[in-house]
Design a protein around this ligand. Structure first.
Ligand SMILES: [Zn+2]
Length: 339
């Protein structure tokens, strides 16, 4: 008899599929890749479609994965992430321009997107729009200045003359007056080619962490707790809030994202482990059970998995996962467990 840790469905024959504690898209951990046999096939299929894909492709952690040589065949760019050229001198007036996300196969950023910029005189910021967003722009004198020629600050950018003209056509279609004073400018960073013929650009990524992203991280934490503590533990009703949040999108768990180091005592500030590891731990914190996860040194996510509940201290556990290597048991330095 087996009971699913997410929907609590029972199956006398056990479940066919296995659930990977860390989604497979993040790699394998030698012969010790942790998997669970206590997730039913229905939950398993739901997770791989709704949460694992999102974690792998639509988070900073997932995008970083492709830079680390873990690639996927996904064609569409991530939805929650925006990529911009860094505002540094070598990018000239293209600093801040919207660029395509990394190619999931090569990990290389795709270049400039066709775009329209208009300066908002109230905020003094350049608003930047991709072609598809142009139809939503509402031009008012208060926001962008009076319509007298040369008064409004606007820019059009595109990776080719054809794409540049597409932006102009879209502006015309929605009656946004843009006076073409010059044609396509040469993009300075396209000259910066390395010996392998790759263009080097410096960019930044802005990401939004929404509830579904948090559920995807929470599932990794819940899986981890089940694998390294026990199925018996996470099947307790105390864990229902976390379980229902992950499986049924119910009320969100309390969550905190920071850039603080993961391992107490072993690293501080920017001194972090250099390798491509994923750090996960479950611990008692201020009377709650907290799950902590950090991938590629990016962000430290802390989630209250169970409120007003304590694990026996021998259940508090931390592991470091590096693709291709066996999971490495971490030791909480603030509470040494050796003599
Ligand atoms: Zn289930």
């Amino acid at each position: 008899m087996n009971k699913c840790i997410y929907c609590k469905k029972q199956n006398t024959e056990g479940f066919k599929g296995v659930e990977h504690v860390i989604p497979q898209s993040f790699g394998k951990f030698s012969s010790k890749t942790p998997t669970l046999k206590c997730v039913c096939d229905e939950c398993n299929a739901y997770f791989s479609k709704e949460l694992d894909l999102l974690l792998a492709r639509d988070t900073l952690e997932g995008v970083t994965r492709s830079k680390k040589g873990i690639t996927s065949q996904a064609k569409n760019p991530p939805k929650s992430l925006k990529f911009r050229l860094e505002e540094v001198p070598e990018n000239g007036e293209f600093g801040g321009a919207l660029i395509g996300g990394p190619d999931p196969v090569t990990g290389q950023h795709r270049p400039l997107l066709p775009q329209f910029w208009i300066k908002n005189i109230q905020t003094e910021d350049w608003e930047k729009y991709q072609i598809a967003e142009i139809k939503n722009i509402v031009i008012t004198d208060e926001k962008y200045g009076p319509a007298t020629p040369g008064n409004r600050n606007m820019k059009v950018m595109g990776p080719s003359q054809e794409k540049y003209d597409e932006v102009l056509n879209e502006l015309k279609k929605y009656n946004i007056p843009f006076r073409v004073t010059d044609t396509l400018k040469e993009i300075p960073f396209l000259k910066d080619v390395d010996p392998e013929g790759k263009v080097i650009v410096r960019g930044t990524t802005d990401g939004k962490l929404n509830k579904t992203h948090r559920r995807a991280f929470a599932k990794v934490l819940f899986n981890f707790a089940t694998y390294y503590i026990s199925q018996e533990e996470t099947l307790k009703t105390e864990w229902d809030e976390a379980r229902n949040f992950i499986r049924y999108d119910s009320e969100a768990l309390k969550w905190r994202v920071s850039q603080k180091p993961f391992w107490n005592g072993q690293e501080h500030g920017n001194l972090r482990f250099q390798n491509d590891s994923y750090n996960i731990r479950i611990e008692n914190q201020n009377g709650n059970v907290v799950g902590v996860i950090q991938i590629y040194n990016l962000f430290t996510h802390e989630a209250i998995l169970v409120e007003n509940y304590q694990l026996p201290s021998e259940y508090e556990i931390a592991y470091r996962f590096t693709p291709g290597e066996k999971p490495y048991l971490g030791i909480k330095m603030s509470k040494p467990n050796w003599q």
